[in-house]
Design a protein. Structure first.
Length: 450
C-alpha cells in the first residue's frame, strides 16, 4: 500500500465523497479528496438544503392566510426575495465550513481543483500528479437541458437559487422532483407559474393516485399545469421571454426554468485513459459493491445509474468503506428507499406503487383514504390529504405506502421502517393510532378499495 501517496483518493466532495473520505480516514486510511467547485456538492449548495429553505419560505404565505380562521388578523404579507437569498447563502457558507471542518478533523487532505484520472492509480490536479491505491469517483451530476433554439435563455435549478429578484411570471419545464418543487416555491412566493410537462401526467414512476392528487392540489392553488406541452423555441421579447410550443401555442414569462433531469458529471474526468466504462447516458457502470470496470476504481452517488438521492449516496459510501477498510465486503441495499417530494403539498413514498405491486405480485389489496386535514376545518382551505397502503394479499405484507399532504416526508420516514421490516397489514392494524393526527390514518384504514 505504502508505494502510493494515498490509500484512497476521492474525486468530488459531495454527500457521498465526503462521507466515504471521512469514514475511510477514521478507519486509519491515508485519504485525499479533490473538489473543484463547492464542499458539500449538489445537496448542500444547489439542492436539498437550499431547496428546503425556499420551500419553507414559500409556505409562509398560506400559513398567514390560514391564520385568519384561527382568529389572527395579519397585515398583507410582503415578501423580500433578496433577504431570503442572502440568509440562505449565509447558511450555505456555514455548512461549507462545517464540511471543511469535518474533513480536516478526520485528517483528510483537501485539495481544491479539478481532478482527472491519468491511469488506474494516478490522478492529476492543478498540474501535480498524485497516486493512490484506490480511487473513488463521486463527481455527482449536473442539470441536463434539451437542445432547442433559445435554450441558453433558460435557467436550471442551479441558477434559480441565485436569481437577483423574484420573477413575476415563471415557466417551469419538466415533470419530476425538481420541477414540481420549484413550481410550488415560485408560486408560494407570489409568482404566476405555468408548468409544462411533455407526457399525459407528471411524476412518472410515482403511484398514479399520488400523481393525480398532487396535480389537483397544485391546480387548486392556482398553478397552471399543462400536460402534453412541449416547448419548441425560446426567444427574447423585450424584457420578457417568449416560449413557443410545438402545438403552436405561445407563452410569455420573465423566467423559464428547465428541470428536465440530471446527467452524470463525467466530462474530462479521464475515464477513457483509465479504462473506466460508462453507459449510454455517461453514468459510470458499477457492480453491486460500487466497483467500476477497473479493479481499484470505485464510484458512488449520482455519477452512477442507481438512485439519485443524498442518503443513498451516503449509504453507498458507508458500504464502500466497510468493503475497502474494514475487511467486510458490503453491498448497498437499494430496496424500499423512501423519498419525499417537497412540493406544496408534499409527497412521501416508500415501496411499490399500486401498478408495480399488481405487476409483480398479482393479487394486492389497496387501502386509500382522502380527507380534509383538521386544520383546514377552521382555515377554510380546500385541500385534501391522500394516504394509501398497498398490501400483498398472499403474505399480508405492506409493500407500499404513499401520501400527499402536510408533513408527508416526516410521516413516511416512520412508516418506511415498518415497510423495511416487512410489517404486515395486521401489524399496522394492531398499532394504536395517535389522535388527532393525520398519521393515525395509516393504522386505521380497515376496508380495502373495491
Ligand atoms: P427527474 O428525472 O425526476 O425528472 C425529469 C423530468 O423532466 C421528467 O418529468 C421527464 O419527463 C422530463 N424530461 C426529461 N427530458 C425532457 C425533455 N427533453 N423535454 C421535456 N421534458 C423532459 O429529474 P429532476 O431534474 O427533477 O431531478 C433529478 C433527480 O434528483 C431526481 O430524479 C431525484 O432523484 C433527485 N431529486 C430528489 C429530490 C428529493 O428527494 N426531494 C429533489 C430534487 C431532486 P419523463 O418523465 O417523460 O421522462
Amino acid at each position: 500500500m505504502a508505494s502510493h501517496d494515498y490509500d484512497l483518493f476521492t474525486i468530488g466532495a459531495g454527500s457521498g465523497g465526503v462521507r466515504a473520505s471521512r469514514m475511510a480516514a477514521g478507519a486509519g486510511a491515508r485519504v485525499a479528496v479533490a473538489e473543484e467547485r463547492y464542499l458539500g456538492g449538489t445537496c448542500v449548495n444547489v439542492g436539498c438544503i437550499p431547496k428546503k429553505l425556499l420551500v419553507h419560505a414559500a409556505h409562509f404565505r398560506e400559513e398567514v392566510e390560514d391564520a385568519a380562521g384561527f382568529g389572527w388578523s395579519v397585515a398583507e404579507p410582503v415578501f423580500d426575495w433578496p433577504a431570503l437569498i442572502a440568509n440562505k447563502d449565509r447558511e450555505i457558507a456555514r455548512l461549507n465550513g462545517v464540511y471543511a471542518g469535518l474533513l480536516d478533523g478526520a485528517g483528510v487532505t483537501r485539495i481544491e481543483g479539478r481532478a482527472r484520472l491519468v491511469d488506474a492509480h494516478t490522478v492529476e490536479v492543478g498540474g501535480s500528479r498524485i497516486t493512490a491505491t484506490n480511487i473513488l469517483l463521486a463527481p455527482g451530476g449536473w442539470p441536463h437541458l434539451p437542445d432547442i433554439p433559445g435554450i441558453e435563455l433558460a435557467i436550471s435549478s442551479n441558477e434559480a437559487f441565485h436569481l437577483a429578484g423574484l420573477p413575476r411570471r415563471v415557466i417551469i419545464v419538466g415533470g419530476g422532483y425538481i420541477a414540481v418543487e420549484f413550481a410550488g416555491i415560485f408560486h408560494g412566493m407570489g409568482a404566476d407559474v405555468v408548468q409544462l410537462y411533455r407526457g399525459p401526467l407528471f411524476l412518472r414512476g410515482f403511484d398514479d393516485d399520488v400523481r393525480e392528487a398532487l396535480a389537483s392540489e397544485m391546480r387548486k392553488k392556482g398553478i397552471d399545469l399543462r400536460f402534453e406541452a412541449r416547448p419548441s423555441r425560446i426567444e427574447r421579447a423585450g424584457d420578457a421571454l417568449r416560449v413557443e410550443l410545438d402545438d403552436g401555442g405561445v407563452l410569455e414569462a420573465d423566467c423559464v426554468m428547465y428541470a428536465t433531469g440530471r446527467r452524470p458529471l463525467t466530462a474530462d474526468l479521464g475515464l477513457e485513459e483509465a479504462g473506466v466504462a460508462t453507459d449510454v447516458y455517461g453514468a459510470i457502470t458499477v457492480d453491486a459493491y460500487s466497483r467500476t470496470s477497473v479493479e481499484n476504481i470505485w464510484a458512488i452517488g449520482d455519477v452512477t445509474d442507481r438512485i439519485q438521492l443524498t442518503p443513498v449516496a451516503i449509504h453507498e459510501a458507508m458500504c464502500l468503506v466497510r468493503t475497502l477498510f474494514h475487511d467486510d465486503p458490503t453491498v448497498p441495499d437499494h430496496a424500499d428507499v423512501a423519498s419525499a417530494v417537497f412540493s406544496l403539498p408534499p409527497i412521501g413514498t416508500v415501496g411499490l406503487t399500486e401498478a408495480e405491486a399488481r405487476a409483480r405480485l398479482g393479487d394486492v389489496d389497496v387501502y386509500r383514504s382522502r380527507f380534509r386535514p383538521l386544520k383546514h376545518t377552521l382555515s377554510g382551505r380546500d385541500e385534501q390529504t391522500l394516504m394509501k397502503l398497498v398490501v400483498d394479499r398472499a403474505s399480508d405484507r405492506v409493500v407500499g405506502a404513499h401520501m400527499v399532504g402536510p408533513d408527508a416526508g416526516e410521516i413516511i420516514q416512520g412508516i418506511a421502517i415498518a415497510v423495511k421490516m416487512r410489517a404486515t397489514k395486521a401489524q399496522f392494524d394492531a398499532t394504536v393510532g395517535i389522535h388527532p393526527t393525520a398519521a393515525e390514518e395509516f393504522v386505521t384504514m380497515r376496508e380495502p378499495v373495491a
